[in-house]
Design a protein around this ligand. Structure first.
Ligand SMILES: [Fe+2]
Ligand SMILES: [Fe+2]
Length: 199
């Protein structure tokens, strides 16, 4: 618990300093992902401290700056976050064996990476994606659309296909159940939005 507090304070400070941080990936997102990861780990197993610290640091480097539409190349965001996490954890004196595990989990959290993940990597990945669905996820998506600078309606239409792809990447029973319970109200919001403009 002690390490989680130390890392949390550090992450909070770094995120506050970064004025170009994407609003969809702020400190509150990180905290929600941490909570989901622990919820899944509760049922599925996995080292909770490692997961908690990986969640706190998983988006320490942004995917792109607001106004710059292009995302970083596949896997680059995860790689940069993992490297930055390593730098932070080394400075804090976090034990080397645990640090390696945390960095590996972070380096595999992007959904565009088509890879086999170990349990903890898979849990963080699923927890991260859980925050992109649910009503909160729908609101976050509006931020995301604004950040890449495309019309709202286009961003909504694209999302249906993306959700189908994301669904196929869930592996844990708990993660799948949480995803399905949150994706329903999420798609409902988008379907209703489309209906309002199309009917
Ligand atoms: Fe990320
Ligand atoms: Fe994230």
């Amino acid at each position: 618990m002690e390490w989680e507090k130390i890392v949390e304070e550090k992450v909070k400070k770094i995120m506050k300093r970064n004025k170009t941080r994407m609003l969809s990936h702020d400190f509150d997102h990180v905290k929600r992902v941490q909570r989901y990861a622990l919820l899944i780990a509760e049922k599925e197993g996995g080292d909770k401290e490692i997961l908690s610290i990986a969640a706190l640091l998983h988006d320490i480097v942004t995917q792109r700056n607001p106004g710059e539409g292009n995302l970083l190349p596949k896997g680059m965001h995860a790689k940069l976050c993992s490297e930055k996490a390593r730098e932070i954890l080394v400075k804090l004196g976090y034990p080397k064996d645990k640090l390696e595990k945390v960095c590996k989990i972070i380096s595999e959290h992007e959904w565009s990476q088509n890879i086999e993940r170990n349990l903890e990597s898979q849990i963080l990945y699923e927890a991260d994606k859980l925050d992109s669905v649910g009503v909160f996820g729908a609101l976050r998506h509006a931020y995301g659309i604004a950040e890449i600078g495309i019309p709202l309606i286009e961003g909504i239409r694209r999302r249906f296909k993306e959700i189908e792809k994301i669904r196929t990447t869930y592996r844990t029973k708990t993660g799948k159940e949480l995803f399905e319970s949150k994706v329903k109200p999420y798609l409902e919001v988008f379907k209703k939005a489309l209906k309002e403009v199309e009917e």
